[in-house]
Design a protein around this ligand. Sequence first.
Ligand code: HEM
Length: 419
Amino acid sequence: MTGTGRTGHVEIDFSVYNPFDIEFIRDPFPTLDRLLTEYPVAFHTGINAWLVSPHQLAMDALRDPRFSSRMTDWADAPPPKPESQWTLYDRVHEHSLLVVERSEHLRLRRLTNPAFSRRVMDKIEANIADAVAGIFDEIENPREFNVATEIALKAPVRSIARMVGVPPEAAELFEEGLGWNSVRATNPMYAAEDRERYVNGTLPGLQYILDMVAARRASGDPGDDFIGTLIATEEDGERLTDLEIVSLIQGLVTAGADTAVDVHTLAIYALLSHPGQRALLRSRPELSEDAVVEILRWGAPGKFGGIPRFPLADTELGGQLLEKGSFVMPLFSPAWNDPARWPDPRRFDITRDHSGNIIFGAGPHLCIGLNLVKVQAKLMIEEFERRFGDTAELTGEIEYDPMHFNARRMTRLMVATGA
Ligand code: HEM
């Protein structure tokens, strides 16, 4: 059903946009075009959210301070848990970038920015390269392998572990215990009791990181790696507390372990299916960051967007009146394929001008991990080219997980190596 609802809204339902329909997952582009042209801002009655598709309007919503990103500003937010029942998970969550109020968010971003600078990233690049090489070592020299399960699922969480400086003996505790449990704990596709189990599964990992940060601070010489920079950064007499650092690290694995999986599968898929662009990247490695952005834009893996927004008062957007407290989701895949921003959007072109894009969001919540994503994807492509470059080719059908909550997640992307 589509049309104008009781409140005068443009309304759509799953017949227009069903992100769990396998036909949409295999080929989303006709649907994305329809959203852009017929329903640029529409209330989805099945999802109970406003969906915003055009690049400019999605960017406006991300930047506009009248749209809050705090769940507590949602009219249907669940009631807060009484403080007497809080665990370490809740105490850490209090400091999350998605929970704190605006001025506190600004303070946290100011104090965390130096740890995500190019300087620190360059220092840890060798560590991440080592992690990526280790993942390829595990598959040895196969005749054929599945990029989705053997490379893409492993690379993001291991890169974050290396960035944080987790020692090998705590890898399992960090990656599975803290990382994947945190991702699952925030996934609304799971039943409430399962999410509770995943929340509890994060506790030993959270405690481990808390102890690690406290020990580094107590040593008197935090060092200049990622955690050391977070501990040492001081502005106007302000520093991050141990709980704030733990919260940030948990935010990184929650936001980064799963989202960055798709950039790895899409990188191999995009480059092997566009030999001209692949040859261009090989001859001009300085294009690698643009290539990563273009891989995401062209691949359009997202079913929804980044962080939802909640209008603080009734607010007009794209000719629609969005009520205070409603759930607003800027949709990234249509925005990344909006011909008003990207001429000939289905053309894969790593030399495109990507300035002013919202691939990693925009405004105050701009993705904190974007340098890491670019570095890890670049390293994965280089390692792939080094090992299988001249003979690799795509084989077989691509398969997807239709029930993945927010990504058109590939579960099977086979590559024959010629070995
Ligand atoms: C392909 C991979 C990724 C994409 C496309 C992506 C994109 C985004 C987007 C669109 C936002 C929200 C912007 C907004 O709503 O205003 C965001 C926020 C965020 N991202 Fe990423 N991201 C990726 C990977 C990562 C990684 C690997 C990390 C961590 C290492 C990370 C950490 C974060 C954090 C912590 C936030 C919240 C920032 C804040 O609230 O201030 N992301 N990202």
